[in-house]
Design a protein around this ligand. Structure first.
Ligand code: KG4
Ligand code: ZN
Length: 360
């Protein structure tokens, strides 16, 4: 089955063509995964500006579609299914991707399926790792291995807009067991970066500065770490960083490193603690992490260590770095599994939904 997919929920315009061989446990081959990032254009505003994102999706999407077909060396007639992100995300941005996908479905006479962006992040873990991110990003890539994933799966989704613990008993049999009550963890990386005068997005630069810091850490609060539920809160941690930054005489490189390392330690500790607690309680067989913050190597290291320290011999998966931030390949893979589960939309009734929730 050949799947053509579009992702425009935030600030990446992405188009992919993915081949799925097999049914229940398929092998995915990414024929093309074109990602046109708008990050540079939003940088000077310190975050993503929704209307600018929509305008840039409009400018770039045709080029991305053309490139995808060129890379994949196939024609639209060969496509079996169109998958498109329909939410959650920025509505002006989502409208571009969904409308283009609907028009193509109408013109090509191909079935279409709307995908939940957060499910997309979960299914990024069904794409095997061990590939060069540059290769996967913008060129034809053959993936011969496949990932066998055993349920129940606990998914820690950590992005710029969400922080969630989602328990899946099977494909699309979800229960959201925890969510952030205020800022998403990626958002808090972005806000702390801004406080330190660092560019957007904050995650990668904070990770780099933290890695190069060797001194003592500031003991920032770990909000809700020991609350009886699985919810998260990051705004208190951000405020604690704000007060420390305000008191500082000058913000030099060493100070930026110290704050980055101390903040990241506190934020990641909370994520790891709650994920491990849920892993134990729900007796999961696989733990996954996904979303932009899963690109953080320290997060994976901490999870692996905590699993070991707790004697939990379960499988832990994190996506390839190129698959952790927004991309259309993960949307295609999700569309495939949704289709296998019997879902289908039509270009007439598929609608973007900025606040789309998980649907079992
Ligand atoms: O999943 P994503 O690309 O977009 C959303 O759906 O939000 O996630 C973007 C977020 C940003 O907040 C960014 O700062 C964060 O992921 N991020 C990271 C890292 N790389 C990206 N956070 C921590 N460490 C990283 N290496
Ligand atoms: Zn995302």
């Amino acid at each position: 089955m050949l799947i053509f997919s579009i992702e425009t929920s935030c600030d990446e315009t992405s188009v992919a063509i993915v081949k799925a061989a097999g049914k229940k446990n398929p092998r995915f081959e990414i024929l093309a995964n074109i990602v046109s990032s708008q990050i540079k254009k939003h940088k000077r505003f310190g975050g993503v500006v929704p209307n600018l994102a929509a305008r840039l999706h409009l400018e770039n999407i045709n080029f991305c579609i053309g490139e995808a077909f060129k890379k994949a060396k196939i024609t639209p007639g060969q496509i079996d299914l169109i998958a498109v992100t329909r939410g959650p995300g920025l509505i002006p941005a989502l409208l571009i991707g969904t409308q283009v996908a609907k028009s193509l479905s109408y013109i090509w006479r191909k079935p279409i399926i709307g995908v939940n962006h957060m499910e997309g992040h979960i299914y990024s873990n069904w794409i095997p790792i061990g590939v060069n991110p540059k290769q996967i990003q913008n060129s034809k890539l053959k993936i011969s291995k496949k990932r066998d994933i055993n349920f129940p799966v606990l998914n820690l989704i950590v992005s710029g807009g969400h922080t969630m613990l989602v328990l899946a008993k099977d494909h699309f049999k979800y229960e959201v067991i925890g969510e952030t009550r205020d800022d998403a963890v990626g958002e808090s990386f972005d806000k702390v970066a801004r406080l330190l005068g660092l560019p957007y997005p904050g995650g990668p630069i904070i990770e780099k500065l933290a890695k190069n810091y060797k001194g003592d850490l500031i003991d920032f609060p770990r909000p809700m770490m020991h609350s009886p539920d699985y919810d998260f809160s990051f705004s208190g941690l951000k405020t604690a960083v704000l007060y420390t930054v305000r008191k500082a005489k000058k913000i030099d490189k060493e100070f930026q490193k110290k704050i980055s390392a101390s903040f990241a330690e506190a934020a990641l500790d909370v994520l790891v603690y709650k994920a491990i607690k849920a892993t134990k309680e729900f007796k999961v067989k696989t733990l996954t992490v996904s979303g932009g913050v899963s690109a953080n190597k320290k997060l994976s290291e901490k999870i692996k260590k905590a699993l070991k320290d707790n004697g939990l011999a379960i499988e832990f998966l994190s996506p390839d770095v190129a698959m952790s931030t927004d991309n259309a390949a993960m949307v295609a893979v999700t569309g495939f599994f949704r289709r296998e589960a019997g879902s289908i939309d039509s270009w007439k009734n598929l609608k973007a939904n900025a606040n789309l929730r998980f649907q079992s």
